[in-house]
Design a protein around this ligand. Sequence first.
Ligand code: SF4
Length: 238
Amino acid sequence: MIIGGFQTTTLLDYPGKVACTIFTAACNMRCPFCQNSDLITGSFETRYSEEEVLAYLSKRKGLLDGVCITGGEPTLQKDLAEFICKIKDLGLLVKLDSNGLNPDIIKMLYSGNLIDMVAMDIKSGPSTYGVACGIKDIDMDKIKESIDFLITSGIDYEFRTTLVKGIHRLEDMEEITSLIKGAKAYFLQSYKESDKILGLVDGNKEASTYSSFSRNELEEFLDIAKKVVPSAMLRGVD
Ligand code: SF4
């Protein structure tokens, strides 16, 4: 496991739980609006060993409900299953954050009772997915396989989309929700402007034009989303 960040307590990352968050390095997408560019480029400041993370979890066992494993893209870590086994041995719940490009890994973790919840990013509708995730020939079949698995498997899950002015248009919302029809939990989040986003690090000129939608604009997206996914909500919007 390459762990490039460790947040010792969070009440936000695992819904309804007191958790800590482990940030793994590397990703198979290159979303230009990615806020964790240091994890993607490998320029993160501190590398945490598995041993120190597990020792901390062991010490806080009675106080924590679970662990959120995020990234980067955690399913790229070769020893993810073994690592999660050690977390499970401590009696903790595990939530996996994923971009959905590795459905086989998600299925394997689920069938091994290693994950209790998955949060999957839906980057955009199929016609603009490649732009939003920075991979022109993105394999939409993999994305759809992950979505279908989450909706039908019985695992606790949520989908979420970070909306970025400069990437997303209102008309994308219909396409996005057509991907996740029937979803029980879907959150629209607002892009937060930062000079550390991956597009700027990558020298993508368009990234300098990105900005946040206003609350009213986000509510327009939400109205469209709710027509197909009634559970849709805004999250983290002032
Ligand atoms: S935002 Fe995109 S590039 Fe960044 S970690 Fe998530 S999937 Fe990877």
